[in-house]
Design a protein around this ligand. Structure first.
Ligand code: KIV
Length: 271
């Protein structure tokens, strides 16, 4: 029987209860209808319409170019597929930093035009005004600390963040500030497992890790990485469950061979 028939819709309250009970939360990215349908039926708790769509779907080098309208296109495709998962949408670069009025307008546009359930934005106290304003409109906010890809040109590289004491202290205090503001969860990306453990222990809201070790309340990965559709991205934290790039390439090669040889279509594959 499909998960959808057995389990009620995931809400931020369900996630909070999962943390309280010590039940781990699963989160994956989704950018389109077909993938979202598979992941929702698989019972993944949170689907993130990540701005990683900029890399994965559009082939950009960074997440910076993706626009608000493009995020809404991806989010509304995901919303049409999903019956159970909580759908969180990334606020894209330039749609919320440094201007809380713009942050609220961007959020309202996403919520109205896509039908998603929550937004995620990158940063700590620097964006507290934007977060406060979005929360005041009744929209759940997920924070994102550690490696924040929208700031890649400030960091210079995609290496592990918060290894030094000063940055680790700032991360912990940002995480507490996000909880105090009212965020319902936080993503921690590519930080030492020991620090992520401390953050998860000190916060009452769920902490979801990517490259942040095992002692957090849940895990998130980019689905195309997990499925082996992206080819060259091989960070230590990634576990590949399939090698779809090769399998799909072989299928396309076989199709080409069948077309060329006249094997496809055969008599049963025509009207
Ligand atoms: O955009 C994204 O896919 C993300 C995850 C890596 C957490 O933010």
């Amino acid at each position: 029987m499909s998960v959808n028939k057995e389990v009620k819709r995931i809400t931020t309250h369900v996630l909070q209860a999962m943390k309280s009970k010590g039940e781990k939360i699963s989160m994956l990215t989704a950018y389109d209808f077909s993938m979202a349908r598979i992941l929702d039926e698989a019972g993944i708790d949170i689907l993130l319409v990540g701005d990683s769509a900029s890399n994965v779907m559009a082939g950009h080098e960074t997440t910076l170019p993706i626009t608000l309208d493009q995020m809404i296109y991806h989010a509304s495709s995901v919303v049409r597929a999903v019956k159970r998962s909580l759908i969180v949408v990334d606020l894209p670069f330039g749609s919320y930093q440094g201007n809380s009025t713009k942050a609220l307008a961007s959020t309202i546009k996403i919520m109205k035009e896509s039908g998603a359930h929550a937004i995620k934005c990158e940063g700590g106290v620097e964006i507290e005004e934007s977060i406060r304003r979005i929360l005041s409109a009744g929209v759940p906010v997920m924070g994102h600390l550690g490696l924040t890809p929208q700031s890649i040109y400030k960091f210079g590289t995609y290496t592990v963040r918060a290894k030094e004491e000063e940055e680790a202290k700032k991360l912990l205090s940002d995480a507490k500030a996000l909880e105090k503001l009212g965020c319902f969860a936080i993503v921690l990306e590519k930080i030492p497992a020991k620090l992520a453990k401390e953050v998860a222990a000190q916060l009452t809201i769920p902490v979801i890790g990517i490259g942040a070790g095992m002692h957090v309340d849940g895990q998130v990965l980019v689905t195309h990485d997990l499925m082996g559709i992206t080819k060259d991205f091989q960070p230590r934290f990634l576990r590949r469950y399939l090698e779809l790039f090769e399998s799909m390439k072989e299928a396309a090669q076989q199709y080409k061979a069948d077309v060329r040889s006249g094997d496809f279509p055969n008599e049963k594959e025509q009207y």
